[in-house]
Design a protein around this ligand. Structure first.
Ligand code: GLA
Length: 393
C-alpha cells in the first residue's frame, strides 16, 4: 500500500500545490454467501478484501470541494455551502458519473444537518469497477470519512454505511441494499461476518486456516444490471406481499410450499422467493460451518447458492457459469459461486491452501481458452479491515 500512498500524496501535492493533511481508506468486499438477501431483511456472509479506495485530503477555509482521481480524467469542483435546500447538481456528462458518488455523500450529509467545510481531495482505487466487488461502496464510505473528517464531524460505522447507502439510493439512483456499504464500513480484519440485514448486527467468524478465498473476475462487465436488479427487488416485494409478510426474511420453506399448493403465487415469483428463503438458511448454516471450521460443508453450500442464483433467481450469465464449472473441477476447490449482484463480474471460490497457486493458474488458463477476449483476472485475498484513517507517511 505504501507505493500507492506515496503516489496519491504526490498527485495531491501536484494538483493542489500543498501536501494533504489526512488520509483514509475504505475496502471493497466479497460476499461468501447470502446473495440478494440483504434487501429482503435477510442474512449475508461478506468479508472486506485487500483492494480499496484511498483518499488524501486537506480541509479548506471555504465550502468548495475539489476532487482529483488517479484513474479518471479532470478535476471535479462543486460547492457544499448553505443552500436553502437546493440539491448539488449531478454530472451532466457520463464521464463524470464517478463524482456523483462523492456529491451524493455530500448531499446526504447536508440533509442530515452537517455544516460541511470545503475540502481538496485526491483518490485512487484498485477495486475493479463493475465487477461485483463494491467499488462504489468503497468510494462512498471513504468519501463519508473524508467529508466528516474535514468538517470535524464523526459518525458510527453503521451510520456511515446507512448514509452511504442512502446516497447511492436517492442520489446516484441505484436501489441497492446495505450489504456493500456495511461491509466496507465495518468489516473486521481476518474475519468473515454474518450480517443480519434487519438489525445490522455483525457477528465475526474466522476463515478456516487451511483454505484460501479466491476471487476470479470473468472480465464480463455487468450490463443492464440496474434494471434487472430493480426488477428482482420488486419481485421479492411482490412475493412477500402475497405471502402476507413485510419481508421474505419472515417466510419459511414450509410457508412457500403451502403457497405453491394453494396456487396463490405465480411460478416465477415463487422461484425468486424460493432462492431467497433457501439462501437465508444456507447463509446461517455457512456461518455455523465457519464457527466449527467445516470448510467442506461451507463449500457445498456455496455450490448450492450458485445453482439457485442461476436457476431460480436467474441473475447468473454464461461467463459466470463457465467460471464456476471450471473452478469446481480443479483439485482443491471446495466450492464456487458468483458473488455480488450477478450478470457478470466475479466468482468466489474456497480452495485448499496447498492447491491455491495451481488453482488460480489453471483457472486462468482454462477460462481464457473459453473466453480469449475477456480480461480475466484471479486473486487470492485475506479478510481486510473496514474503513478508517491511514497515515500518509
Ligand atoms: C449488489 C447490491 C447489494 C446486494 C448484492 C446482491 O452488490 O449493492 O446490496 O443486493 O448486489 O446480494
Amino acid at each position: 500500500m505504501s507505493d500507492r500512498i506515496h503516489d496519491l500524496t504526490a498527485l495531491f501535492t501536484a494538483t493542489f500545490g500543498a501536501p494533504p493533511s489526512h488520509g483514509v481508506r475504505a475496502p471493497g468486499r466479497v460476499n461468501l454467501i447470502g446473495e440478494h438477501t440483504d434487501y429482503n431483511d435477510g442474512f449475508c456472509l461478506p468479508m472486506a478484501i485487500q483492494r480499496d479506495v484511498l483518499m488524501a485530503y486537506r480541509a479548506r477555509s471555504d465550502t468548495t470541494i475539489r476532487v482529483i482521481s488517479a484513474q479518471q480524467k479532470g478535476l471535479e469542483i462543486f460547492d457544499v455551502g448553505p443552500s436553502g435546500g437546493t440539491t448539488i447538481h449531478k454530472a451532466v456528462h457520463g464521464a463524470s458519473r464517478w463524482a456523483d458518488y462523492i456529491k451524493g455523500c455530500a448531499q446526504v450529509l447536508r440533509e442530515e444537518g452537517f455544516r460541511l467545510r470545503g475540502v481538496d481531495l485526491a483518490l485512487t482505487g484498485d477495486v475493479p469497477l463493475g465487477s461485483g466487488l463494491s467499488s462504489s461502496a468503497a468510494l462512498e464510505v471513504a468519501t463519508m470519512h473524508a467529508l466528516l473528517g474535514a468538517s470535524g464531524g464523526s459518525l458510527s460505522g453503521e451510520r456511515i454505511a446507512r448514509l452511504a447507502q442512502r446516497a447511492e439510493n436517492s442520489y446516484v439512483g441505484t436501489n441497492c441494499g446495505i450489504l456493500d456499504q456495511l461491509s466496507s464500513s465495518c468489516a473486521v480484519a481476518g474475519q468473515a461476518m454474518l450480517m443480519d440485514c434487519r438489525t445490522l448486527e455483525l457477528t465475526p467468524a474466522p476463515l478456516p486456516g487451511a483454505v484460501a478465498v479466491v476471487i476470479a473476475d470473468t472480465g464480463k462487465r455487468r450490463g443492464l444490471v440496474d434494471s434487472a436488479y430493480n426488477e428482482r427487488r420488486s419481485q421479492c416485494e411482490a412475493g412477500a406481499k402475497a405471502l402476507g409478510v413485510s419481508h421474505l426474511r419472515d417466510v419459511s420453506l414450509h410457508g412457500l410450499w403451502q403457497a405453491r399448493q394453494a396456487g396463490t403465487i405465480d411460478a416465477q415469483t415463487l422461484r425468486r422467493c424460493e432462492h431467497v428463503v433457501a439462501e437465508n438458511g444456507r447463509t446461517q448454516a455457512a456461518f455455523a460451518c465457519l464457527r466449527s471450521g467445516d470448510a467442506v460443508a461451507l463449500g457445498a453450500l456455496m455450490d448450492q447458492s450458485h445453482a439457485d442464483l442461476r436457476d431460480k433467481f436467474e441473475v447468473s450469465c454464461p461467463e459466470l457459469d463457465v467460471m464456476v464449472a471450471l473452478a469446481r473441477r480443479l483439485p482443491g476447490c471446495l466450492g464456487s459461486r458468483m458473488t455480488g449482484a450477478g450478470f457478470g463480474g466475479c466468482t468466489v471460490s474456497l480452495v485448499g491452501i496447498d492447491r491455491c497457486a495451481e488453482f488460480t493458474r489453471r483457472l486462468g488458463e482454462e477460462y481464457r481458452a473459453a473466453y480469449p477476449t475477456l480480461p480475466m483476472a484471479a486473486y487470492v485475498t485475506q479478510a481486510a479491515a473496514g474503513a478508517g484513517a491511514i497515515g500518509l507517511g
